[in-house]
Design a protein around this ligand. Sequence first.
Ligand code: HEM
Length: 530
Amino acid sequence: MSSVLQHIPPIDLHDFFTNIDLTTLAVAAPSLFILAHLVPYLWDSHAARSIPGPFLAKFTDAWLGLVAKNGHRSEVVHEMHQKYGPLVRLAPNHISIADPDALNIVYAHGNGALKSNFYDAFVSIRRGVFNTRDRQEHARKRKIVSHIFSQKSVVEFEPHIRQHVADLIAQWDHPPPPPDVRPGVNYLAFDIVGDLAFGAPFGMIAAAKDVAKVPRNQEGAMDSYGKDDSDEDAVEVPAVKILNGRGEYSMALGVLPPWWRPFVRMIPWYRRGSKDVKTLAGIAIMAVKKRLASPTDRVDLLSKLKAGRDSNGNPMGREELTAEALTLLIAGSDTTSNSTCAIIYHLAHNPHIQQRLHHELDEQLGTEDEIAATADQVKRLPYLEACINEGLRIHSTSAIGLPRVIPDGGLTILGHFFPAGTVVSVPSYSIHRDTAIWGEDVEDYRPERWFERDQAAMQKTFNPFSVGPRACVGRNLAFLELQIICASLLRRYEFVLESPDEPLGLQLQTSEGFLRKPLGCMVGIKRRDV
Ligand code: HEM
């Protein structure tokens, strides 16, 4: 064999590509492209072959790539489930399973399914608790991060949350209030998480502007840690916009095979997204650097991350600390603001529901004069809790099926055997619309269903924070934030649809990257007489 190889002259790739004529290239490139998709399909004795789905998705990941890029993945996948049933093939090796019973098999503790290479598209600085795929490495990080978010710890963050809510209210009290509440709600979520994660808010509410700072020289900033070089070395960037860009880019890139990604990144849209990933990392680098330059005994996420130890007693190094602070900024900002926006929109769209909520707030908090509700007060508000849950169900900011790889030995789901290596996911958007669980009126915002229907079935299907070892570690904080924000804003204001007669007023317009985000929330704000 080796003697045969010795007689084959080596190919000079540079020569090959410079000498190849355009006609050959025009024929060869599409043929190679078709073969690259057809051969694996014909070879494939895979269990996925018997599962229905869009024709192109059988051959290529490009179908899901385009759907993801177009910003309505969850709606499209839901339509596919309505057409084909609970199992749909979204890509040659990716099956979507729209059945609540699959949640506990795919995502549960101990079944061995790990995050897929989709999450590699979300890495910057270095892997954080969200995009680490290795089980041991994740367990090490999760141990440090999880006690930060225990119910007991989260209450320590309450004063910071309330302070920023009061700041937003002070602004909204002075007319004219903005017709789109979305920017204000975004600034609020970023200031809260910035304050908790980095020791100081970004100052977006005060500036009424989407603004954060990044180092002029990002690499150099990582080297000069702990030194506050003052703001002269910083430039201002729109953090909310950049976070959106990064979510859309990572989502659209992550569904493509890893070997496509370097080529796809050359396309201008993806190149811009890749820049957003770097800029976003710069925000964390700047904020952590600033915070470490001025030691403080403040209790917040960063002090807790710094104090955290893994099971060998080791703390996080500076780069890991920055990567985790960035993770918390990303995970804890627009998740909360998208959900808040959607809840406000649906309340504005359903005045009778808003009236019932006002009634509960007046009855329970009427004589108390805090501007921002307290953690104790929100415990007494069951109808508010139902309004929030119903908002999380119908809007589902984390709406896509989160992809997991079937472990060695395979798994049987809904009577179907999936061999090791198959990617599976359960789309929250679709199971949040399962009429057997939620009723025929799934598209209506109706908090009352939370008191009327089978509690166990609803709890088993309700998946805004995911389940199992990779479920949202910040859910206690997230829910407390939503309760304080919604109780405070709804107690003080009445939200009304600006133009209920216009078709756009009837539906919340959204665009989906990794998260499903409202494109705006055009509602009028009226100060209530309380
Ligand atoms: C309404 C607000 C929120 C929603 C709907 C939400 C939802 C989720 C979901 C669905 C996941 C699983 C993601 C996946 O597997 O790909 C997740 C993970 C995570 N969330 Fe949240 N989240 C919210 C707020 C927060 C907040 C406030 C924080 C912290 C400040 C946070 C921190 C995290 C982290 C660190 C992870 C990764 C956990 C891991 O992989 O171990 N989230 N979140």
